[in-house]
Structure formats: structure tokens, C-alpha cells
Design a protein around this ligand. Structure first.
Ligand code: SF4
Length: 192
């Protein structure tokens, strides 16, 4: 599995207790004034690195006291931590909540590639098109009640989406990049 890295420090003594192996994850949307690492902002920047190689290097240094994951975007940190720890289940609460359109797509692509690589990913979202695009199973909840569970195409019907969001919704198919996707679009705007 690959991870996009801004930098690595083999034996840092400033990133936590003792001697640390520090992984600086690439990608940050926050643009804080005076940020010392503007080169780390671009989600498509940095270097793609194989996590097995990073894990091997960590294992080769008996003097390390631990590993520190560093970076500006919390969800990418979580992804990085899961990869470095070789965890195989990720639970993510609205993984793209703070991101713009392009960076949301990049983060969801990373999540999709983790899933394709054998990881189990459970994520919450308020964006039904994200569930259409990335989920294999959808659990639809409203007011603490389960409305439906199953594959997105079975669960995310116009009727279910209208019951969830209280607006009229159309579900259509679009072709993009040679693939067909279901997308939903609200219309009308009036309360049902
Ligand atoms: S969160 Fe950190 S990396 Fe991101 S812009 Fe702010 S200071 Fe820079």
C-alpha cells in the first residue's frame, strides 16, 4: 500500500517522547497564516512511498521509542496511522468534512484504494453521492432509527433519500472515465 509523504525523520528527538521515527503526511487544506510547511499543502504533492518499506525501516532501528505521525489534515493522519500500524479496519467520521471538492475526491480515492487493498473501511457521510460512489453497503439512519441497509443501488432509492432529507430527489446514471455511476440530485426545494 502506498502513502503520500511530505518527509520522514529516522531519529527525531523533537516529535514526542524519546527517539521517534516521524512520518510527515502530505496534504493539508487549512492554509494557516505563517505555516512553516507550505510545500506540504498540495494533496497531489510529496512522494508516494510504499508503507511496507517504511514499516521495515522502523523495525530495523532498535533505538526507536516510538513512531509519530505528523501532518495538517486529521483524516490523512488517520489513514497514515492505519497504514503504518497495519490496522485492517478503519472507522472514519465524515472523512471529507473539512475539504474542498478536489481534495475530497483525492482523500476518497485513497480510501477506495485502501478498500481495494483489503482494508475494511466504515465511514459516515451526509453526502449520498459519496455513498453511491464509494460504499459497498449503506446503513441509512434517521433520528436514531435504521431506515435501510444493503447495497447502495438497493438502499439509495429516491423514496429513501426523500424520507431522509425531506426534499425531492432524482437518481440518474452518469458516464465518467468509462464507468457508470449513480448520482442523486435534489430538485424542487419544497418540503415534502
Ligand atoms: S495545519 Fe499545520 S500544515 Fe496545515 S497549514 Fe496549518 S500549520 Fe500548516
Amino acid at each position: 500500500m502506498e502513502i503520500r509523504i511530505f518527509g520522514l525523520a529516522d531519529d527525531s528527538i523533537v516529535d514526542g517522547p524519546g527517539v521517534r521515527y516521524t512520518v510527515f503526511v502530505q496534504g493539508c487544506p487549512h492554509h494557516c497564516p505563517g505555516c512553516h510547511n507550505p510545500a506540504s499543502h498540495d494533496f497531489a504533492g510529496g512522494t508516494l512511498m510504499d508503507t511496507d518499506g517504511i514499516i521495515r525501516k522502523i523495525g530495523e532501528n532498535p533505538l526507536l521509542d516510538g513512531v509519530t505521525l505528523s501532518g495538517g489534515e486529521r483524516q490523512l493522519m488517520l489513514l497514515g496511522r492505519a497504514l503504518i500500524q497495519n490496522a485492517h479496519t478503519l472507522i472514519m467520521d465524515e472523512p471529507t468534512a473539512s475539504l474542498d471538492y478536489g481534495n475530497s475526491f483525492r482523500v476518497m480515492q485513497r480510501i477506495e484504494s485502501l478498500s481495494a487493498g483489503g482494508y475494511s473501511v466504515i465511514f459516515s457521510t451526509h453526502e449520498p453521492n459519496q455513498a453511491f460512489r464509494y460504499a459497498t453497503k449503506v446503513l441509512a439512519l434517521k433520528d436514531g432509527r435504521v431506515l435501510a441497509f444493503g447495497p447502495p443501488a438497493d438502499v439509495l432509492t429516491p423514496e429513501l433519500l426523500e424520507a431522509l432529507y425531506g426534499v425531492r430527489v432524482a437518481v440518474t446514471q452518469v458516464l465518467a472515465g468509462g464507468r457508470s455511476f449513480s448520482v442523486c440530485t435534489p430538485y424542487g426545494g419544497e418540503e415534502l
